[in-house]
Write a protein that binds this ligand. Structure first.
Ligand SMILES: Nc1ncnc2c1ncn2[C@@H]1O[C@H](COP(=O)(O)OP(=O)(O)O)[C@@H](O)[C@H]1O
Ligand SMILES: [Mg+2]
Length: 293
């Protein structure tokens, strides 16, 4: 259903934002690391690029704002409340540091109301509402990063329409199995017609790095992406084999440096082969928010 609507030419999503400032982080399923990567990108933009950055959390279940505002983030009012009730975003903006501001997604109730709004008003109108809401604060930021919810919730056409209406670049995520990478790329390019700026192959299992055949397949997938003019980065799965090792701030910093290099051509990352591991959430929350640059 969602894909059919996305294919229809009748959907018109003309750009409303003219400056290319928005980066939409998305994937075709939940749990691939959209929110984690959104938080890392926000940190890269604010701390390494020194750009005034707004992270917009639109994932009401477990979005990127938790990395900066803690587990209470999902109880705060935010993005969906503004879309439903109208008004301006500024009253929901949290200042993490002078360069990094965050808007939590808002309550589950508002997210559900937003879902009915799409059904009632249609994709184009809702995409325009989103663009107009961001237009109010666009001048205040050099970079806006939007963390997406699982696509089954917001539906695929709204994502496509959002990306065009916001004149956004996008970062697409997939897990590191070969089938998953190809399927995700195929849906993006062929079904949705979206060419992402960056493809993140996330949760690369250590087995892939030690098994020559698996390694060849994943490297082949990366070449396939790069040949289409899309930048690519592979991030390892942390915590599956080496539970005793935690995410270290040096690892987080290395990932953030790779993102800055790939997206904005800043610096020269010392390594893009990242091989530490550990339980992610609590440590990542501390590491990302406490990291010193
Ligand atoms: N590279 C990784 N290694 C291990 N765990 C990861 C990695 N990336 C994300 N995770 C974990 O996977 C879960 C889902 O990540 P999340 O960023 O919330 O995904 P999404 O936003 O796509 O649903 C979280 O528990 C997160 O800590
Ligand atoms: Mg998420």
């Amino acid at each position: 259903m969602g894909l059919d609507v996305a294919r229809k030419k009748s959907i018109e999503c003309e750009p409303l934002l003219h400056e290319k400032k928005v980066l939409v982080v998305w994937g075709i399923k939940g749990g691939v690391g959209k929110s984690t990567v959104s938080a890392l990108l926000a940190s890269a933009s604010a701390n390494i690029r020194s750009a005034k950055t707004l992270l917009v959390d639109t994932d009401f279940r477990d979005g990127a704002s938790r990395f900066f505002l803690g587990e209470e983030a999902r109880k705060l009012k935010g993005w969906y409340d503004v879309l439903i009730e109208g008004g301006t975003l500024d009253k929901f903006i949290h200042t993490v540091s002078p360069n990094l501001h965050v808007i939590p997604s808002g309550t589950l109730d508002s997210a559900l109301k937003f879902s009915s709004l799409i059904a009632k008003k249609g994709v184009e109108k809702v995409a325009r509402l989103i663009a107009n809401t961001l237009l109010q604060i666009q001048e205040d930021y050099e970079q806006i990063i939007l963390d997406s919810p699982v696509t089954s919730f917001v539906d695929i056409p709204i994502l496509k329409c959002n990306i065009s209406t916001l004149n956004a670049d996008s970062v697409l995520l997939s897990q590191a199995s070969l089938g998953e990478v190809q399927r995700t790329l195929n849906i993006a390019l062929s079904v949705l017609g979206i060419k992402p700026l960056l493809f993140v192959i996330n949760q690369v299992h250590p087995k892939i790095l030690t098994d020559a055949n698996e390694r060849r397949l994943i490297i082949g997938a990366i070449f396939n992406i790069i040949q289409r003019g899309i930048k690519a980065i592979a991030l390892p799965l942390h915590g599956s084999l080496y539970k005793e090792i935690r995410w270290r701030s040096s690892t987080v910093k290395a990932i953030v440096e790779c993102f800055s290099f790939l997206l904005w051509g800043i610096g020269e990352p010392k390594t893009c082969v990242l091989a530490t591991s550990g339980l992610v959430d609590e440590d990542m929350i501390k590491q990302i928010s406490a990291i010193e640059f």
